[in-house]
Design a protein around this ligand. Sequence first.
Ligand code: ADP
Ligand code: MG
Length: 382
Amino acid sequence: MLQALQQYFFELFETAPLLFRSPGRINIIGEHTDYNGGFVLPAAIEQAAYIAISKRSDNQLHLHAMSLNESIILSIDSLEPIPHAWSNYIAGVADQFIKNNKLVGGFNLVLNSNIPIGSGLSSSAAIECVVAYALNELFDCKMDRLALAHLAQKAEHHFAGVQCGLMDQFASMMGAKDQLIKLDCQSLQYEFIPFNIHHYTLVLFDTNVKHSLAASAYNERREQCEQAVEWISQSVPDIQSLRQVNMPMLAEYVLPKNELIYKRCSFVVNEIQRVESACTALKNGDLIKLGKLMFETHQGLSADYEVSCKELDVLVETVKNIPDVIGARMMGGGFGGCTLNLIQTAAVEKTIHTVQHVYAKTMHTSLPTYIVETANGTSRIA
Ligand code: ADP
Ligand code: MG
């Protein structure tokens, strides 16, 4: 892919580029915990967005997306979001540099990526991060990785219109091979957790669906969590998020008022605890325990938080009957995307075959499958 990228760039712009990459990400456990002040446990993965880039002497952005075979020319003096355009993830970052008074001139850029789009591996954050990292170097802006991750997140807010937390950009920018990042979404402090899964492999099964419920359900869940925090804080001082809440508090202050909200918040409180348990399991080398926690997370997301869907449930139910799969759960916001599976390495091929067969029979569609390995965060390649 790199050679093709370099060559394509040269053909278009007749100059030699700098090359950069930034990875996609998975999240091992800790779902819907970010906006509740809890923990997440992501890792950067091998699949990445790549760009070739060079300065221009004018104020124009000449952008090309190889996988879409589309080009666009923008002026740095009038950057605005364009509804649904792929260029937003690049222009939005350039816009943030300008807003931060980091002088950025025009540039030529060719983008390529092997991160599946819209499957929950954050192909968008990877683009933002690779562009942020490259512009920082190209224009010698001297920002550190953390500042660049924040900047990339703001680009997503303003140009993609997605009010995401920091996890995706943080994982892409800060990731490290064989490490998970335990990120405290309240303080933004983080810790690397060594991730050695020995004879096991992580595999993603892609449902190939994204149900339209996702956005409205997401907002509703956020409101339900906020409502519970408000009720509890009327009696318990200093409660700002579900991070500070435990099950007895939910039973005392939320259950009598609203059973559904109680159920939603039980999931979140337990999920925040599960991230801690997962880190302990990893420190003890207890992968069986980690797998059990993943299954528990899925159960909670499906039954209590109710953000799963038929396709995701079929995939998790199917692997529950396969002893070589020691853990599985839906990953991401819900209503589609991928399941994340922890599978005995020797049985990966056989398992993929079995699950694809079941999925074709029950869901009448194909099941794209990705093997994932952890990787380093954003970097310059050449
Ligand atoms: P994801 O979960 O993958 O981040 P998003 O909807 O947030 O899904 O972002 C996907 C969008 O990112 C695509 O619609 C497209 O605009 C952009 N994108 C991702 N990969 C590429 C690519 N290879 N080339 C051009 N644009 C891309
Ligand atoms: Mg995205």
